[in-house]
Design a protein around this ligand. Sequence first.
Ligand code: ATP
Length: 386
Amino acid sequence: MADILAMRSARRDGSVGGPRTESGSDTRAASAIGSSITIRDVVKTYGAFTAADHISLDVEPGEFITLLGPSGSGKTTLLNLVAGFQKLDGGEILVDGKPVHNVPPHRRGFGMVFQSYALFPNMTVTQNVAFPLRMAGADRETTERRVAETLDIMRLSEHAAKLPSQMSGGQQQRVAIARAIVRRPKVVLMDEPLSALDRRLRESIQIEIRDLHQRLGSTILFVTHDQGEALTMSDRIAVLDAGKIVQVATPVEIYRHPATKFVASFVGESNLIDAEIVQKRGTTMTLKNQEGYVFSAESRSSLDVGRATVLVRPERISISTTPNASALPVVVRSAIFLGEILRIEAETASGERLLIRCTDSADRALPAPGDKLYASWRAEDCWVLP
Ligand SMILES: Nc1ncnc2c1ncn2[C@@H]1O[C@H](COP(=O)(O)OP(=O)(O)OP(=O)(O)O)[C@@H](O)[C@H]1O
């Protein structure tokens, strides 16, 4: 998880928002800056059930936004409302500032990719990719050039004459993506496009989609329930729970400073420590857990007395086998060697569970159940939930 975030931070340094500088290339010249999407107080109900519950979200032109949430949280509903496949029961959606309620899906000009590749089985790869251009009435020369460019971007040129049935799942999904971008749409909507693929393939296509986004500059709205995928790919993530957006922020912010217990637990592994506030000074809080262990944490909470829930990520906990007055004593319940890390489940004297991931596994013996350890963490790695 930490690796994903480091990669994301590095990427954001040079890549937030619109298209990247590749002037001169055909692809770049053909591409357009993505559209803005404004989702304002959107409601969608199915009978008595509210699937989208007053959702608002501003997507910047050229931004890669992921809708992340568990099954049934309303991700596909929201994407379908943007696509125009579903009708709004309240609120409005604007693209580049213009309402789209009365624009049918095929006139919105969006590229779309779904979990099922939905390719035409009797058409070759070239014919599948050319289809949207043919429908739009593009001339033959433009169609041939665009299709060739797009197959090249998606590394599909050698498969141009094949039928979908002659290709692997990953290749078919790349054809579906090629078909979605062949018209260089200003908006691309993707609904769990990688969930049918195995992990390795998923990871390699994640990188392809990310590179594609940088190259084309389209706005991408991407749906997934896979938090690792969301952290890897997105400029920002909108986390959904029960039809509501509970947080919209960059991957780093979502991981380090989740807005709620739900976000903290859904994105990455977490320790949520119940503690009493001792003191607050600016953005630093001093707290005391049930054993009386006193520690500092970062906080933007408005609370300054009472109880609080504090997040410490398992990889941010340091452990020592030597007793230390400024550390929290814990007893090991289980420890597993996972190659580059040790995953330790420990318990405090009051029975609170603490998950620890040691990244220095090469230098450390695997502890045994019942061993005593002394855990500590830095204030900046510890976050009081608002
Ligand atoms: N046509 C429909 N009629 C009735 N209920 C629906 C309909 N479509 C969706 N729902 C309900 O709305 C809720 C949100 O569904 P949605 O498909 O948007 O969730 P999701 O977050 O995309 O889930 P998943 O990851 O499983 O696809 C679910 O409880 C679902 O059962």
